[in-house]
Ligand binder design. Structure first.
Ligand code: ARG
Ligand code: GLU
Length: 726
């Protein structure tokens, strides 16, 4: 982590460039995640920066655009198609959950990796999908043509939702594909995406964690970085090349487009593009909402997760079995935890709220003087009033979610509700038994990754936090239970984990077998259900209604604020906030600020990863085979000056969801796979500072080196189209 004093030096510089908000031109800042059909407006700038292919090649609606080689991978990542046989490259951490489903202690793919040696060995992943975006179109007129911006939201929503459903249907009927319409610019625009989703996806290659997750949480969200964060899958299709459910007879999908891979590398200053699916950004919110993130949401979440992670880490290091159960869950929890820490640091270093306040002062002057939009002048005062009313509730509820409801046993109380519901049906005994058994079976997924003792320790740690921080707003049941256990949270936990039927599948079976309808109270009295229920009731009575009203109101105010900002800066080109739809961002390969620490660099190499090898620390154990390859300088065609380029940074505006995104050169050829951002730059979800914000990518040459030399899966390279600058 950069030391604060050194980074402060570079801050002065970064303050000069406040990007869009302070009125710096977009051309300088390179801020923005653009909708592909709108790229024509940026053509001049992109050419000046270095783009060498027609915009039409990046996106078109005829099937020949590179948009047909980018996929939404699973529910929240990006992937790129890299062969005519449907090979898809994405991140290691994007394949992690799928691989966990395929792993077990005797098939430990995290420890040893997985490489199919031919198509027959590829492993189907149940439930995994990839989605192509065939075309996007602005349908705002169809949805909003006669809707006034001040129409109350309830009325507006019902009109808009009916029209969305209708227009989607029309598009689906014409295209014979799926159509999905989403709001942009906080509901000031609507765009339809015509999509095609493939459902037979198989695992092809997955490096062990010692490569794919190297550096673990220590290096996560940091630069320099040494992670080979990639994995490979293949899309299968029916005989007609169309989406089909899994069948052994399915064929590798023959895509409309795939990326050529450029193996000549790049240098600092080179033009790059990232094409993918950023999930959520809030670049245009007011200072009031940004302060909520900065003062409440982030700090509370960080505090609670620190405790949870401490407990999980300890148990995971005690047992490989617990490690395997918790590794995927842990990665998810830790990822947000660290990102928010970087975000808080970055927002502070840049005085982002201060700058928003200055911007709002200017906005207010305009709104008071200009009467084009009569509602503009009152927007900010109304936002201030609305946010101030909910600050303390947000604080409480963030603890509710990150403390009691983040304890697995309590969250799982929701499952017991289903049992209770089944008793209400008053089924005959035989049928009841049958239904109960089915419900127990449905919990298999939960138990596969659950460890009672670990969770109990989490309970003790998070409940203590909760009782301290929310002492004045505890649900009654929590207070009485606490008192009943002599204010000893540990004793309370011992009691609950001993009594609850949820802690183990055998216990569930024992409790539930031969229960009659009359025994349903045994389930209702289960402490896990009680803790879950009382929290749900507490939120439903005291919190959710107020917050719901607030969110409805703030949604409308933000829509009006967005409209007014666009009217104010009518010469500006705004880009819509991320919403997990296809975007392109462009920027140059660029190291981090020379005044910062660690030393300025824009690329890492294999030798630097090896220098970090530490057999005593799980996250930094380099696999023996990689060490051997390196010692023998056995780099094949991937060696550059006696080393292998590993990762690089560029100044692209990316976000969560851009994981796995293709990083392209000026010709639209693949040079890397995006997987992260630099620490203080993670604030770019709220505020983009071109001096500080960097996306981090695996060099494609490292990916190919690992596949060919480490995985001995060179057969895959024969499918790819490798090109060079020579
Ligand atoms: N920070 C990256 C992202 O947001 C990578 C996360 C996976 N790595 C990890 N150590 N948890 O997805
Ligand atoms: N690792 C992130 C993801 O899963 C991408 C990094 C980012 O947030 O920029 O999408």
């Amino acid at each position: 982590m950069p030391s604060t004093s050194k980074t402060l030096l570079s801050l002065t510089k970064s303050c000069l460039l406040f990007g869009l908000l302070a009125g710096a031109t977009i051309t300088n800042a390179k801020e923005g995640m653009w909708l592909p059909p709108t790229l024509k407006a940026h053509e001049k700038d992109m050419r000046a920066e270095g783009l060498e292919i027609p915009i039409d090649k990046i996106y078109n609606e005829n099937g020949t655009g590179l948009n047909n080689a980018v996929v939404l991978f699973g529910k929240g990542c990006t992937g790129e198609v890299i062969s005519s046989k449907g090979l898809v490259l994405t991140n290691h951490h994007c394949g992690y959950g799928s691989v966990q489903g395929l792993s077990s202690p005797d098939k430990d793919y995290f420890a040893y990796g997985f490489w199919a040696m031919n198509m027959k060995e590829e492993l189907p992943v149940k439930g995994l999908t990839v989605t192509f975006i065939r075309r996007m179109e602005n349908v705002t007129d169809k949805i909003l043509h006669d809707v006034s911006p001040t129409l109350p939201d309830a009325q507006r929503d019902s009109i808009v939702n009916i029209r969305i459903a209708q227009v989607q249907k029309e598009f689906a009927a014409i295209t014979h594909l799926d159509a999905s319409i989403k709001p942009y610019f906080q509901g000031n625009q609507y765009w339809v995406a015509i999509t095609e989703t493939y459902t037979d996806i198989r695992l092809v290659g997955f490096p062990p964690n010692g490569i794919g997750a190297f550096g673990g949480d220590t290096e996560n969200w940091m630069w320099p970085r040494h992670t080979g964060d990639f994995s490979i899958f293949r899309i299968y299709a029916g005989a007609d090349n169309k989406p089909a459910e899994y069948a052994a007879s399915n064929q590798p999908y023959n895509p409309q487009q795939f990326f050529n891979i450029n193996v000549s590398g790049y240098k600092e200053g080179d033009f790059t593009m990232v094409y993918g699916f950023p999930g959520t950004t809030q670049e245009y919110i007011s200072s009031y909402e940004l302060k909520q993130v900065y003062n409440i949401i982030d700090p509370v979440s960080i505090e609670a997760r620190t405790r949870k992670l401490d407990v999980w880490t300890k148990h995971m290091s005690d047992s490989r079995d617990i490690f395997l159960k918790y590794t995927s869950k842990r990665a998810g929890v830790a990822n947000g935890w660290k990102k928010w820490q970087g975000e808080v640091v970055g927002l502070k270093l840049n005085d982002a709220t201060g700058k928003k306040v200055a911007y709002e002062t200017e906005f207010q002057k305009w709104a008071d003087a200009d009467k084009t939009l009569p509602f503009a002048a009152t927007i900010l005062p109304r936002i201030r009033e609305a946010t101030q009313k909910v600050d303390s509730l947000l604080y409480q509820d963030q603890y509710n979610k990150e403390a009691p409801l983040a304890i697995e046993l309590i969250a799982q109380g929701a499952a017991l509700e289903k049992f209770v519901a089944c008793f209400r049906l008053n089924l005959p005994q035989l049928q009841l038994n049958d239904t109960l058994q089915k419900l127990i079976g449905s919990l298999d997924g939960f138990y596969k990754n659950y460890h009672e003792h670990t969770d109990k320790d989490v309970f003790v740690s998070l409940m203590s936090l909760y009782f301290t921080k929310c002492a004045n707003s505890l649900p009654d049941y929590y207070k009485t239970q606490y008192t009943a256990h002599n204010q000893d949270i540990k004793a309370w936990a011992d009691d609950i984990y001993k009594t609850s039927m949820l802690t183990a599948p055998e216990k569930m079976k024992f409790f539930l077998s031969n229960l009659t309808n009359a025994d349903s109270t045994k389930v209702i009295n289960d402490p896990a259900l009680q803790l879950y229920r009382t929290m749900a009731a507490h939120r439903a009575q005291k919190i959710t209604p107020v917050l719901k009203e607030y969110y409805t109101q703030i949604k409308m105010l933000n829509r009006q604020y967005m409209q007014a900002q666009m009217a104010w800066k009518n010469d500006k080109e705004f880009y819509p906030d991320a919403n997990l739809t296809l975007r392109l961002t462009y920027g140059k390969v660029k190291g981090l600020d020379p005044d910062g620490e660690p030393k300025y660099m824009w690329q890492t190499k294999l030798s630097e990863a090896l220098a970090l090898d530490n057999p005593a620390v799980d996250e930094f154990i380099v696999p023996k085979k990689l060490k051997d390859l390196s010692k023998a300088k056995n780099f094949g065609r991937w060696g550059v000056n006696g080393d292998v380029p590993l990762a690089f940074v560029a100044a692209n505006h990316t976000s969560g969801g851009n994981s796995g995104s293709p990083v392209l050169n000026s010709k639209g050829e693949l040079i890397g796979t995006n997987f992260d951002r630099a620490y203080e730059g993670t604030m770019s979800d709220y505020y983009f500072d071109p001096n500080r914000c960097r996306n981090i990518s695996v060099d494609i040459r490292y990916t190919l080196f690992i596949i060919e030399k480490f995985g001995d899966a060179g057969w895959l390279l024969n499918e790819m189209k490798l090109v060079s600058n020579k």
